[in-house]
Design a protein around this ligand. Structure first.
Ligand code: B1M
Length: 210
């Protein structure tokens, strides 16, 4: 079995204590960081399928998430390369009612690597918190909102609509993403950009401030 597959299996099985070491082994073996990352993302997809099919439950999803985070910690220096802050400031968070942060963290990491200073508001972020943070940081250029649940898509809509109503709206660009989000939904709620993954989010962020 390939070293990358070993990492993916350990993530899916939630072996948080082992994953960091296994990722390091894969890198030492010459595997590309981005390939290891993609395998871990796919492993989370497998976890999601198992959950949907009632083969596993929330605790197993949680341990898989912990394992993935351990792996990302080891990968981070190999993926991040830019000098933080040269492109300006970005605020990012997962919207109210939503506790999923792995995708949001990856987007934050890639955007930081693209040269932005990132203010990460975490998960379950109320609309007002996004607004207040931008008011307190008038040099923010981009706001990124993540939503992973179909049930939190309305919170994403409410957040973008609240941002759209602010005087500062002309000074910022609003990016949205997350598994249930589509370009059509992003257009409908008045976001400036939608991207499907972390790498394209970083690319899009650079384009938006160019
Ligand atoms: Co949850 N969960 N979860 N979960 N969970 C999903 C999302 C689900 C699809 C599983 C399933 O049923 N197959 C399902 C949602 C179904 C739906 O909405 N229709 C689900 C559910 C139902 C739930 C609960 C309701 C379960 C329950 O309690 N009964 C509950 C909700 C809690 C809450 O948020 N209020 C819940 C809880 C959890 C855990 C806490 C246990 C855990 C999260 C831990 C954590 O994040 N710290 C968890 C996990 C791990 C998952 C799955 C298995 C994996 C998510 C993940 O990290 N994926 C997930 C199944 C799946 O995704 N297939 C599932 C890897 C990550 C890299 O991908 O987050 O999609 P993703 O991010 C991508 C892109 O979406 C994009 O880029 C990222 C990187 O490429 N992206 C952006 C994300 N944000 C972006 C922002 C951008 C641009 C791109 O611009 C700003």
């Amino acid at each position: 079995m390939s070293k990358i597959q070993v990492v993916a299996d350990a993530v899916a099985a939630g072996k948080a204590k082992l994953v960091g070491g296994l990722v390091q082994e894969a890198l030492d073996d010459g595997c590309q960081a981005v390939d290891v990352l993609n395998a871990m993302i796919d492993a989370m997809g497998v976890v999601g399928e198992r959950f949907k099919n009632n083969e596993i439950f929330v605790p197993e999803m949680l341990v898989a998430a912990r394992a993935m985070k351990k792996g990302v910690e080891v990968l981070k220096p190999h993926l991040a390369s830019g000098s933080a802050g040269v492109c300006g400031k970005m605020v990012i968070g997962t919207v109210a009612g939503d506790l999923h942060d792995i995708g949001k963290n990856l987007v934050a990491m890639m955007i930081e690597s693209a040269g932005f200073e990132v203010i990460d508001l975490g998960v379950d972020v109320p609309t007002e918190k996004f607004v207040e943070t931008i008011k307190a940081n008038p040099d923010v250029k981009i706001v990124g909102c993540s939503a992973l649940l179909t049930t939190t898509m309305p919170a994403l809509k409410a957040t973008v609509e609240a941002l759209n109503a602010q005087d500062f709206r002309g000074n910022i660009k609003v990016m949205v993403g997350g598994a249930p989000i589509t370009q059509e939904f992003a257009d409908e709620i008045g976001a400036d950009a939608y991207t499907a993954d972390a790498a394209s989010a970083a690319q899009k962020a650079k384009e938006l401030v160019a």
